[in-house]
Design a protein around this ligand. Structure first.
Ligand SMILES: Nc1ncnc2c1ncn2[C@@H]1O[C@H](COP(=O)(O)OP(=O)(O)OP(=O)(O)O)[C@@H](O)[C@H]1O
Length: 226
């Protein structure tokens, strides 16, 4: 599903060059549930942003679902991202003035060719799947952190993308809620056969991964398969 081959990413900050990733190679199978673990600054977010078509590589090749994305310009990367990637963020990134239902529906309204009736049906179905039946008309401020993260998971999944990327999805949650969110992600991963890649510092989250990729100073230092 995803093939990262000898990828480097340098950021230029003033006169300095930061080598955030150094010749990283990684293959991810369809339906994988994979965690990127490593200390702050090790390159986890950078790698997610490259796979997610948010940023471009300095060197190397990334292919996603049979398509080489590393040579594409920003417009083409945006199109690939819309079709193939769902994102879940640490801070949920929901639109505060919209309800749970509206936040999720918006992700589908941005995709051409889906009618209002289908949008309403798919939105209700996915909100029920993530355990938010009865809370569809609440705004983010009327939901707990765990419930907000459930909305953001629903928003990522409603487009049925082949890949979901999650940047520290449990970092702002207490450990019980974090465990529940992870169990939900795992369940959805199995039911939909969606490939999940998430970054984490949290040992509890690492334990749940089927593949654990350890990053340090921009390099992969180990891959554990369970
Ligand atoms: N936009 C940027 N401009 C300059 N340097 C950056 C940028 N983004 C990341 N970096 C640098 O690249 C390195 C890797 O950062 P990255 O955010 O990928 O690490 P991380 O493992 O996700 O860290 P954290 O766990 O703290 O989120 C760090 O040295 C960071 O300072």
């Amino acid at each position: 599903m995803i093939d990262v081959s000898s990828v480097s990413k340098n950021y230029i900050v003033g006169a300095q060059e930061v080598r955030a990733l150094k010749k990283v190679s990684l293959k991810v199978e369809t339906g994988e549930f994979l965690a990127l673990a490593g200390p702050s600054g090790s390159g986890k977010t950078t790698l997610l942003n490259l796979i997610g078509c948010i940023d471009s590589v300095t060197e190397g090749i990334i292919s996603l679902d049979g398509e080489t994305i590393s040579g594409l310009d920003q417009n083409k990367r945006n199109l690939v991202r819309q079709r193939k990637i769902g994102f879940i963020f640490q801070s949920y990134n929901l639109i505060p003035v919209l309800t749970a239902r509206e936040n999720v529906a918006l992700a589908l309204q941005l995709v051409k060719g889906i009618g209002e009736k289908e949008i309403a049906e798919r939105t209700s179905k996915i909100l029920a799947e993530v355990g938010l039946s009865g809370m569809e008309d609440r705004k983010p401020s009327q939901l707990s952190g765990g419930q907000q993260q459930r909305v953001s998971i629903a928003r990522a999944l409603v487009k049925e993308p082949p890949v979901i990327l999650a940047d520290e999805p449990t970092a702002n949650l207490d450990s019980k809620t974090g465990r529940e969110i992870l169990a939900l992600m795992r369940e959805l991963n199995e039911q939909h056969d969606t490939t999940f890649i998430f970054s984490t510092h949290d040992p509890m989250v690492m334990e749940q991964a089927r593949v654990l990729v350890k990053l340090h100073d921009g390099e992969i230092t180990g891959i554990e398969k369970r």
